[in-house]
Write a protein that binds this ligand. Sequence first.
Ligand code: SF4
Length: 247
Amino acid sequence: MAYDNVTAREPSMAERLDAELRDAHPIEILRAAVAHYGGRLALVSSFGAESAVLLHMLSQVQPDTPVLFLDTGHLFGQTLDYRKQLAAHLGLTNVRDIRPLYQDLATADPQAKLWQTDTDACCRIRKVEPLDRALGDFAAWITGRKRFHGGDRLRLRVVEEADGKVKFNPLANWGKAELDAYAAEHELPAHPLVAQGFPSIGCWPCTQPVAEGEDVRAGRWKGLDKTECGIHVARAPGAVTDMGGDI
Ligand code: SF4
């Protein structure tokens, strides 16, 4: 039979870690990420509505891990304040503000209104490309994505690989009740916009409050056929960036 000559492919490191960690507690997953990747590991956080849980866990495991915060230039003032207050509160010592290149803004978005005409191009110069540059030599990164947010995230693995980097998603298995319980147990300060009806918070032009019963991310790019910013879409080397994930 032709099958006799087929040799099974060795599982990749990400696949092995995913098999080991798929039912693990988020803190275990963070510990494994630090143990395997140490100084070549970063966490990417929007300091948004649910960010405090993962950032608190990181502060318990390795508080000097680089935390990359994408300051797109269009964030709510409340998010910028929250980023400073939460980082200080949790004792995170290595939060890095990542910004778009001045020349990209001067060329492609001189009036800071690109979001009105081309949200994909706006996300590309303000989020996707700055994060690509910031992740540079890191071998692995940690995200706060969760399956319960729906869409493409329903199939989210705990450990995956994209663009040659390993991605850890420690909260993939957690639901809203677990997040709320953890935040209450550790008395984590909430993003101030949560109380105003924003369960998911990005840039101010592209974020609206949601009505009761709507999906968590229903207020993001409302009215557009867009649900993600492109950060989590795997790209082949040299390929045009597909605009489709956010943190
Ligand atoms: Fe621009 Fe909106 Fe994307 Fe922010 S979320 S980078 S304002 S298109």
